[in-house]
Design a protein around this ligand. Sequence first.
Ligand code: NAD
Length: 434
Amino acid sequence: MASPPTTILSELGFRFDPNNLYQQVATQVLRSAELLEVPRFLQLILAQPKNELMVHFPVRMDDGGYRLFKGYRVQHNNLLGPYKGGIRYHPSVSLDDVKSLSLLMTMKCALVRLPLGGGKGGVQVDPRKLSKDELMRLTRRFTSALGDNIGPDYDIPAPDVGTNAEIMGWMADTFINITGRAHRNQATAVVTGKPLAFGGSAGREKATGQGLVFVLEVLLPALHIDPAKMSYSVVGFGNVGSWTARLLKQRGSRLRAVIDHTGAIINEDGIDADSLAEHVRETGGVRGYPNATAIDADMFYKTRVDVMIPAALEQMIDEHVAAKIDCKVLAEGANAPCTPEADRVLEQRGVQVLPAILCNAGGVTVSYFEWQQNRQAERWSEAHVDEELRRLMHAAADRVTELAKRMGCDMRTAAYCSALGHLDEVYKIRGVFP
Ligand code: NAD
């Protein structure tokens, strides 16, 4: 049975819904806040985002007709710095999902000690069904609808599921064109994850996977797993899944099975991550990859591996899937991939869960480096980006490990507590206005 939300959520009028992602995430965060005994005002502030923006905007389609789209931008908290978080293009984007992801961004930035707050946005659309021109018009119209609700000092979007560097380039160009002259020379910093030639950072495309690999470097040896010898499986072979796999290949790890929206594949001798990434680029998914055998989802989840890496969408691992999984460690590349019931089943079965706000923080960390480079008109080498990313990811992983030991709690609770402790410290200094 799902545990009911905290008193604060009940006081704020939430009607208990165990399947609601926002209630699940907020409950986990607020339970950690209770454990850490952070002040009630901080729990109240974090229980809801500061701003929730919803826009409807028309887009001219290639056939000359118009479609109306719904977009969101949720700004959860900006205590530590400008709101920061991705833009998702997906048909099932909802306000609750975007709220959940914005809260996770607040936690992630605080955990890594970045001078950034938490935000998230999205448009209800299946980008695969639009032509490139339609996608560009939609992006430009969405950006203009957001207007000065985004900006390099205020709220800085980035790519997420269904968006990429090209789309970020269109967003930045639109913002530069609609913003006043006074802000133009810094306006490129309005979004991160841009193409390299237009203010992007070296290492940004692979950053989330790279960050996850740096986290595993610190945490796996303590769990008696050698990355050079381990076997693993991946759920989702998009940006996060494929880059994680390509970087793990360089360390000698064996990719045994992969599942994505098109199907599942296995090869006991190992799947070559680079050639699978090429196949996905050409065909849109893992189905039909020639050097592996097709399997069903049930068999995928039952495949024995040392580490499983969910890197697709939220809540894909429920209690039924969790009961089948045969791994020692589950490293969350995706945001909120496990339901609270799944967490309980995994704990009972002795699976160590490494939480998303730690494992996938590499993306926002290199986004922060990109923002810094844009503002200082600098260009960092990939080696420098990697070195700085390694330093920050190792520090965050050490912080979580140390706190989990000290508090005698699981890694997810420890990660939230580390983030909450930092937010609490800064609120104590700044106070609540007025
Ligand atoms: P993406 O769009 O590049 O890839 C998503 C993957 O999920 C695809 O391989 C798709 O096939 C797969 N997928 C979709 N539905 C599926 C299903 N029903 N079963 C199995 N697989 C399915 O997205 P991404 O950028 O790699 O993001 C993945 C996750 O990581 C998301 O939770 C996102 O919020 C999170 N994340 C991404 C970044 C980033 O920098 N891209 C940073 C932090 C967190």
